[in-house]
Design a protein around this ligand. Sequence first.
Ligand SMILES: Nc1ncnc2c1ncn2[C@@H]1O[C@H](COP(=O)(O)OP(=O)(O)OP(=O)(O)O)[C@@H](O)[C@H]1O
Ligand SMILES: O=C(O)[C@@H](O)C(=O)CO
Length: 404
Amino acid sequence: MPKIGVIADDFTGATDIATAYASRGYRPVVLTDPAGQAGAGADVVVAALKSRTAPVEEAVAASVTAYDRLRAAGCERFVFKYCSTFDSTDRGNIGPVLDALADRTGARHVVVVPAFPANGRTVYLGHLFVGDQLLENSPMRHHPLTPMTRSRLAEILRPQTRYGVGEIHLTTVHSGRLAQAVADAAERYLVLDAITDDDLAAIAAATADDVLVSGGAGLALGAPTGGSDPAQAWQARPGRRLVVCGSASARTREQIAYATAHGHPALRLDVAGLAGRPGEVIRSTMDWFGEQDPGSVPVIYSVGDPGDVQSGPETAARTENALATIVATAVERGVTQCIVAGGETSGAVVGRLGVTALRIGSPISPGVCWAEGTTGTGDRVALALKSGNFGTPEMFATAWEALR
Ligand SMILES: Nc1ncnc2c1ncn2[C@@H]1O[C@H](COP(=O)(O)OP(=O)(O)OP(=O)(O)O)[C@@H](O)[C@H]1O
Ligand SMILES: O=C(O)[C@@H](O)C(=O)CO
């Protein structure tokens, strides 16, 4: 089977698709250092980028560099992994990155498949649904960086790309002649309907020879089985546990509320204070952490309800940096197992820890798994990088069971 290279536009998306490949019997590795070398022994190599909301030129350059490295490492088929809620703005970055990768690979057609039915993301008649709501009516409408105010994917993608965008609807996906429909299409990009895992399997079969496909982790869920043992190959180091949330998503807020209601010590980061006195805010947060029972699972978060989201150009970066420093300091003080909520936040945390590769471990829930990395100072740490809207409400209390 040809080695698969995945270019993921954020870190939680990278572990999301890696866990989907692992569940299909592949041996994925997630590379978190853009300059790092591709992992030996893996049949799926996922390059985790932090390009979703980066300036367009930076996102394109990082994606093309990742593609070149994956190709040099022997990958022959490529997946551009973006969010199952198609997180982007009119400028990008999905369209510009897709254009660059399509040009680089020479792909005549590239399918656009964000559907992930197990997490409620389905595409019907070209429209993306989140559960029973159109994307534009879902909580993604209020995302701090990529508010999604439309639902028809072709309309969202067109302003972002130089190439044509068409749609292939469910009747054709079910018809047994999807591969032909893709080959015959006039447009370079084709938004495909998918509402079940069987639809994803039909799409995977029809695109098995395509050099480039694009979408969410659902692309991997439809892949033919790889034949490897899915059992976790590593044991988590015992030590303290911590949950850190930089995500403002509705599901993360529910998880924080559940943990708080069930006796977990919880602290809201003083985001406003980070503007003038970041050192003091981080010190007092770490003092609070030090006061908690070492057997407890403290939760540090930056948004408890939507009103906590602060405007201002530097706020998001400042918050990511502060949470990254908090995790790195906590690891120095004995944390060995940590859940991080939010893709951008996860990118900042993993970068600060100096972790360059993640080995996939036990699944927690659709799209979320444990992964192990080694920090820049040589400590093994178990991380669950959780997409904002993924995981069950009780996850911050129960995810640790999957580590045993
Ligand atoms: N109180 C706050 N005010 C303003 N920005 C915040 C606040 N708290 C967090 N942020 C920023 O909001 C962004 C949230 O993005 P992140 O990707 O981490 O979460 P998410 O979008 O919910 O997750 P995902 O991308 O996995 O769906 C981060 O840049 C974070 O620093
Ligand atoms: O596809 C998804 O929804 C997630 O993997 C993600 O990318 C959220 O950041």
